[in-house]
Every structure is written in C-alpha cells, then in structure tokens.
Design a protein around this ligand. Structure first.
Ligand code: NI
Length: 221
C-alpha cells in the first residue's frame, strides 16, 4: 500500500527544515549513505547532521510519530533514520531498493517528505514500481509518500530548480505489509463507526476487540 499524507509538519517546522535545505546545512555527496549497489545510481546531495539539523530532525520525528495516519498505516516502533536531501539540476537517483537493515534496525517503510512546492522544480518525481506498473509522485510541500521498503523506486532527473526533501525509514511493530494494510482498514472502519451520529456500542466493541487481538497476533515489540 502506498499512502499520501498531507500536512505532516507544522508550518514553523516546515520553514525551519526548508531554511536548512536551502542554505543552512552543509551538503555532501549522497553516495556516502548509500549501499554498494545504490551508490552507483545515486546522484544527490545530503546534509551533514550538525546540531541544527539534529534539533530539527528530533522535531520531525516527533511530528511523524504523533501523526494519526502515520501511526495507523505504519505502526511505527521507531524512526530508523532521517536524511535531508537536495537534488540540484541534473541530479537523480536510479532504480534501487533501500537497505533492509540500517544502524542495526530493520526498515519496513520508506517515506519521502517533500519540503518545497512542486512548481519550484521540473522533473524530480519519485517513481515507485508496483505490480500494476510505475507510479510517479511529486507532492505538495509538507506532504509525504509512505511506501513499503520492499519496493523498487527511483527519483527522476531534476531538469531545473531544486528538489528538497526529507527521506526516512520506519521500523514497524508489524513486519508484514498486508497485515499492516488490514490493520489500517480496520482503523478506518473504527473511525467511521465512531463518527456515526447514533453509536452502535456492540459493533464498536467487537471492532476494538479485533484490532487489539490482531495487534497481539502480529505485532513484535
Ligand atoms: Ni530509496
């Protein structure tokens, strides 16, 4: 399941991240954080994790973990890693799969959080390879695409302007993508049930019981 999530960051934090991406941070060759295969395909810039960036990332992590949709779709145990990436004109990232283990933690979900508006650069779509074909995403500022780390994906060449994003990885309590999707659907059912003007208490209780018991069955803590 691929999920688009809008308005992930509070406006002040978005501005702070954008300022770091535009000029505040010191950027190095992105190949430094790529696995051996991805290295040959990766052509972008990544910010050095200095004190200002670490402070911003701590806030981003908090915002992600507090986000209702991230929680429901990702069931995060932890945010494994965050990177601030900049693609200048001519930069791209060829087809690759993300490393399965980063800093000793399994990566279950990947995400790209867009920091600047899609009108500010040409090209630079995130393209995810799905069984039904490729899908391209170029989202609004503060929106993110959340997708299973098991998928092949790439970033198309930026042909003008700058593409500024935060990319990251989530270690989920629920390893299996299908199980996460079932839990996500159930979460939506519960929300729909709760929103009904006339509460059907018995149905809601049974849904909550099912959610609880599926989590007990599938979650690894
Ligand atoms: Ni990737």
């Amino acid at each position: 399941m691929l999920l688009q999530i809008a308005q992930v960051l509070p406006p002040a934090l978005l501005s702070q991240c954008l300022a770091l991406a535009e000029s505040g941070a010191q950027f190095v060759d992105g190949k430094q954080t790529a696995g051996w295969h991805a290295k040959q395909r990766k052509n972008n810039l990544q910010a050095r994790p200095d004190a200002a960036l670490k402070t911003a990332f701590a806030q981003v992590e908090k915002a992600l973990l507090a986000h209702e949709l991230v929680a429901a779709a990702g069931r995060p145990k932890s945010i494994v890693r965050l990177l601030l990436s900049r693609y200048e004109t001519g930069m791209s990232y060829g087809t690759h799969v993300d490393d399965a283990i980063m800093s000793g933690q399994r990566t279950d979900l990947s995400f790209t959080l867009f920091l600047n508006a899609p009108e500010q650069y040409e090209g630079g779509s995130l393209v995810v390879d799905e069984p039904a074909g490729e899908r391209a995403f170029k989202l609004d500022a503060s929106s993110m695409l959340l997708y299973p780390s098991t998928t092949l994906h790439r970033v198309e060449p930026v042909t003008s302007g700058k593409r500024l994003v935060i990319v990251g990885w989530i270690r989920s309590l629920v390893r299996d993508a299908q199980e996460r999707e079932i839990l996500f659907d159930l979460e939506r059912l519960i929300a729909l049930q709760r929103a009904k003007p006339e509460q059907d208490g018995a149905t809601l209780e049974l849904m909550l019981k099912t959610r609880s018991n599926l989590l007990r069955k599938w979650a690894e803590d």
